[in-house]
Design a protein around this ligand. Structure first.
Ligand SMILES: Cc1ncc(COP(=O)(O)O)c(C=O)c1O
Length: 362
């Protein structure tokens, strides 16, 4: 077992029980044994994501979720509203553009949230938008956008809501059906405590209805095929068994912990991390009202040198934290507190960042 002190916002540490689950032998994927595990896996995912509709565990990294959501619900030339609050919003919009959608971007300042007012104003300006592309937890800035308010408002407007919840789902409660989310996507290597390799996608009733109208070509990612297979306990192609074993075990752990207790643990880790930074005089990056409970971003003292600081933390403390992304790559440091951790793991990482920042400033 490696004892990597991994405090980046994904991939995240994998607990021993999940590592052990991956040791299981291969079984025929067209067998009752598989179907029974698979049915239980889907039921667990539905319980965690609070949806009674289809959930598909697609082989691929989180990014495939963007593509799956687009090709299944939209058609070339459709207008979509891309709400951008950081680098992952930029990437989601770029995928939409690569597919030939008419992308209208609405960006908020980095570190700020895409509030319901922002989205409402954007929809008023672009009333013909067929879909809103929204990032729940912007991993690049440490902001959680208010999906619970945005979802019902978008539903009321009538546009589809396609949500990137890659770095929030599994760690914090998301009421997919109750918040009127049409497609919600996440990645196994984040709050789910699994290795990278699965994009978990929930598709609601309106999304499934849209699959019949959508004119993008699609094959492997076709929600209809996945839905038909899952109804029989199957997957359309050979299931990535080892990752399914992992996710099945991890979901069991998540449900045993309980989503409320899990949320409290994450909120507490985030609060303590912010406290360590604030008491050292370091400037937190996210609007405090919307600070994420799965990732905290702090400005590198002096406004630069984040990469050097991250390297220092690695060399002196053997802890991996992350620098920023895109234009923030050297300006901020990010700590992931997502999935499987104890409070002291996170406090140790935050304290190490502060210690290295102090040494570098001398
Ligand atoms: C919010 C968000 N969206 C999408 C992705 C892309 O996921 P992946 O790298 O697994 O393709 C990430 C990865 O960090 C993410 O944090």
């Amino acid at each position: 077992m490696n004892a990597q002190d991994l405090r980046i916002p994904g991939p995240t540490p994998v607990p021993p029980a999940v590592m052990q689950a991956m040791q299981q032998s291969m079984i025929p994927h067209r067998s009752d044994e598989f179907r029974s595990m698979h049915r239980e896996l889907i039921a667990r995912l539905q319980a965690i994501l609070q949806t009674s509709h289809g959930v598909f565990a697609l082989p691929g990294s989180g990014s495939i979720g963007w593509e799956a959501a687009i090709v299944n619900t939209l058609s070339p030339g459709d207008q979509v509203l891309s709400i951008v609050s950081g680098d992952f919003g930029v990437r989601f919009a770029a995928v939409a553009e690569q597919f030939g959608l008419d992308v209208r971007r609405v960006a908020v300042d980095s570190g700020q949230a895409a509030t319901v007012d922002v989205v409402q104003a954007a929809l008023a300006e672009h009333p013909n938008a067929k879909a809103v592309l929204y990032t729940h937890n912007e991993t690049s800035t440490g902001v959680t956008n208010p999906l619970h308010e945005v979802g019902p408002m978008v539903r009321n407007h009538g546009a589809l809501l396609l949500v990137d919840a890659v770095s929030s789902a599994g760690a914090v409660p998301i009421d997919t059906d109750g918040w009127s989310v049409d497609v919600l996507m996440t990645g196994s290597q984040k709050g789910w405590m699994c290795p990278p390799g699965l994009a978990i996608v929930a598709a609601g009733e309106r999304a499934m209805a849209a699959t019949a109208r959508a004119r993008f070509p699609r094959s492997f990612l076709d929600f209809r095929t996945w839905s038909d297979s899952i109804a029989k306990g199957d997957t359309p192609a050979t299931a990535p068994l080892t990752l399914y074993y992992a996710l099945h075990a991890a979901c069991g752990m998540i449900l045993d912990e309980g989503m409320n207790a899990r949320a409290t643990r994450h909120v507490e880790a985030a609060r303590k991390t912010r406290e360590v930074f604030a008491s050292a005089g370091m400037e937190l990056f996210a609007d405090p009202e919307y600070a994420s409970s799965t990732v905290t971003a702090v400005r590198s003292p002096g406004g630069g040198g984040a990469k050097e600081l991250v390297k220092n933390v690695r060399e002196r403390y053997d802890i991996d934290v992350a620098a920023g992304q895109a234009d923030l790559s050297d300006e901020i440091i990010r700590i992931g507190h997502m999935g499987w951790f104890e409070q002291e793991d996170i406090a140790r990482a935050a304290t190490a960042v502060v210690a290295c920042a102090t040494v570098l400033a001398e």
